[in-house]
Structure formats: structure tokens, C-alpha cells
Design a protein around this ligand. Structure first.
Ligand code: UDP
Ligand code: MG
Length: 326
């Protein structure tokens, strides 16, 4: 084995993780556009890791065809449709020794030229470079719901998850390794990446309309994905239970004061028994909610344990005798 000559810098390798679901019409155009863009950086090695997410159309055949003509193409095919987040995870797991990974959609909504900007920011020292949408060409409904969703997520999530950011991003190898340690089943990757930390930067871009075919994210999938984001990064809904409990108990105190007032100052108006019923009802439901909140607090902890996330990620470890740079 020859030892590498340190004076010749090692070529850096970028792996593209590309989830594919029913993209037979556009996939060839996508690959063409991406490789044409990357031809601007002949100093970098590239691997195009396509993950077919159980498409029932001819996407897989198209991918294998791409591989015949271009040996930088890798094709993984999942045994059924597992969903975009899992498909991307499978790609990340397979990225191996790449120096950086870029995740992007294969419907040309994420414009390939933006990759060059992501790579530049990475070369300037960022560990995660996410592509943030300056504008998007989606339906009005999608725009409004997305906006509302990010507003809610911003307020609820314990981790700061950048808004208007999809999964289009570059991650340095060490971030990929850390993300790979998060094995939770219900995955919200953009949240996980935010949780991991490191130096994260944004690059603004304008999102294009879909090239061909239709969105693999119907409303039902969108809703379940949105829920994953909130539930995965916040236990606030559990805490609301006890807050509500305290509020209702407080109402019972006010009511008791009112009842007392009527009894003392207006005895002829008071109906026998109503005080007991009215106050008791509020007091009891308040107490019940407080107790459910207590259970919720423990449940939140059990949930966090069950997620089994890494406790921390190291950015640097400097120990042992120092080696002076020659
Ligand atoms: N996708 C996937 N599995 C799915 C749905 C979508 O791998 O179950 C891929 C799809 O091929 C595309 C990306 O994920 O590359 C984004 O999906 P899509 O464009 O349908 O979502 P939208 O842009 O409408 O949110
Ligand atoms: Mg799309």
C-alpha cells in the first residue's frame, strides 16, 4: 500500500442523497441538470445516491438506466413506500465516507445550481448549510398552511427549527454521523439536524414549481408529517393539561367567593345546594386535569427516554500531548 502524498490534497467527495417516488417523467431531466451543474466543480468527486421509495411506476427502471450510463450513480430501492424521511435516512446511512452530503428533491423543485452555493458555504467553514426558501411556487393553500405551521412550530418546539427550510441542505460528514445516531422511528429530519447543532448557515433561494408528475405529499401525509414535527420536538401539549387544570381550579375559587357573597349579602336569592354542585364541578374537573398533567409530565419523560437521542454531540476534543504543527 502506498502512503498518500500529503502535498497533494485529497480529492473531496460529495454524496447526493436523492429520494425518488413516482418520478419517472422527470428523473432523467433531473439527473442531467444536476450533473451539468456539478461539472462546474471538476475538483470534487461526486456520488449520486438515488433511493427509490417503493415507487410503483417505472422510476426504478429509469434509475438503473442512469446507472448504466453513469457509474457515479448508486441506486437503492426500498421494499415498499416508507415515506420521504425514511428514504432520505436510508440514503444518509449509505453515504459512507463522503466528506459532505447534499439532500435534495428529485422533482427539480430544488434548483441544482443552488448546490454550488451550498458547497461554497461549506468550504468556507459551515457544517450545515440549509437552503432557505425566499419564495415558492406552490398553491396558495400550501403557502398559507406552511406559514401558519412554521409559526406554531416556532412557538412550541424546544429546539429552534429554522422556518421555510425543507430538507434541501448540505451536511458535513461529522454532522451526518451525528444525525445517524438518532434512530427515532417517527422522523422529522430538519428538527434532528437542528438538534444536533454545529455551525449552521442559510443560503436563500427561490423554489421552482414541480417539473413533472404530482406531489407525493397529499394533505393526509402533510398533516401527519406536521404532527411529527411538533410532537417530536415539544412536550408542550402535555404541559397545557396542567395549566388548564389550574385555570379551572381558579375558576372554582372565584365561584366559591361569589357564592359566599350571595349567601351573606343576598340570602333570599341563594338556592339550596347549587353552591355545592357548581363549585364542586369546577373544583373536581380542575383537580382531575392537574392530576392528568402530573401523569403527562412523567409521560413526557418516558417519551424522551424512548426516543433515546444521543445526550450530546462533540464538536472538538483536544486532549493528550499537543502535536505542534510543523
Ligand atoms: N418522495 C419520497 N417518498 C414519498 C413521497 C415523496 O421519496 O413517499 C420524494 C419525491 O420523489 C421528491 C421528494 O420526496 O423527490 C419530495 O416530494 P414531493 O415533491 O412529492 O413533495 P412536495 O415538494 O410536494 O412537498
Ligand atoms: Mg416537490
Amino acid at each position: 500500500m502506498t502512503t498518500p502524498d500529503p502535498s497533494v490534497p485529497r480529492r473531496r467527495r460529495i454524496a447526493f442523497v436523492l429520494p425518488v417516488y413516482h418520478e419517472e417523467e422527470g428523473i432523467a431531466a433531473f439527473h442531467e441538470a444536476l450533473t451539468t451543474t456539478m461539472a462546474a466543480r471538476p475538483d470534487l468527486d461526486t456520488e449520486y445516491l438515488y433511493v427509490d421509495d417503493g415507487s410503483r411506476d417505472d422510476s426504478l427502471a429509469h434509475l438503473l438506466k442512469l446507472r448504466e450510463d453513469d457509474d457515479r450513480v448508486t441506486v437503492l430501492s426500498l421494499s415498499r413506500n416508507f415515506g420521504h424521511q425514511i428514504a432520505v435516512t436510508a440514503g444518509l446511512d449509505a453515504a459512507g465516507t463522503a466528506d459532505a452530503v447534499i439532500i435534495m428533491d428529485t422533482d427539480l423543485q430544488d434548483p441544482p445550481p443552488v448546490c454550488l452555493q451550498l458547497i461554497e458555504a461549506w468550504e468556507a467553514g459551515a457544517d450545515v448549510v440549509f437552503a432557505q426558501r425566499r419564495s415558492r411556487q406552490d398553491t396558495r393553500f400550501k403557502k398559507v398552511t406552511a406559514h401558519a405551521y412554521y409559526w406554531v412550530l416556532d412557538r412550541l418546539a424546544d429546539t429552534e427549527i429554522p422556518r421555510d427550510v425543507g430538507d434541501f441542505r448540505l451536511m458535513d460528514a461529522r454532522v451526518v454521523a451525528e444525525v445517524g445516531r438518532y434512530r427515532e422511528k417517527d422522523r422529522f429530519l430538519r428538527g434532528i439536524v437542528a438538534h444536533v447543532g454545529f455551525r449552521q448557515e442559510a443560503v436563500l433561494f427561490d423554489r421552482d414549481p414541480r417539473y413533472a408528475g404530482e406531489s407525493g405529499y397529499p394533505l393526509r401525509k402533510m398533516l401527519s408529517f406536521a404532527t411529527s414535527g411538533i410532537i417530536g420536538f415539544s412536550t408542550a401539549p402535555l404541559r397545557w393539561i396542567s395549566k388548564l387544570g389550574f385555570a379551572i381550579s381558579f375558576v372554582s375559587v372565584l365561584l366559591a367567593a361569589y357564592v359566599f357573597g350571595v349567601r351573606v349579602f343576598n340570602p333570599e336569592e341563594s338556592v339550596p345546594g347549587w353552591a355545592f354542585l357548581g363549585v364542586g364541578m369546577f373544583l373536581l374537573s380542575g383537580l382531575q386535569l392537574i392530576m392528568m398533567g402530573v401523569i403527562g409530565t412523567y409521560l413526557g419523560r418516558v417519551y424522551a427516554e424512548a426516543q433515546d437521542r444521543p445526550l450530546y454531540s462533540l464538536q472538538l476534543a483536544a486532549r493528550g500531548p499537543r502535536q505542534d504543527p510543523r
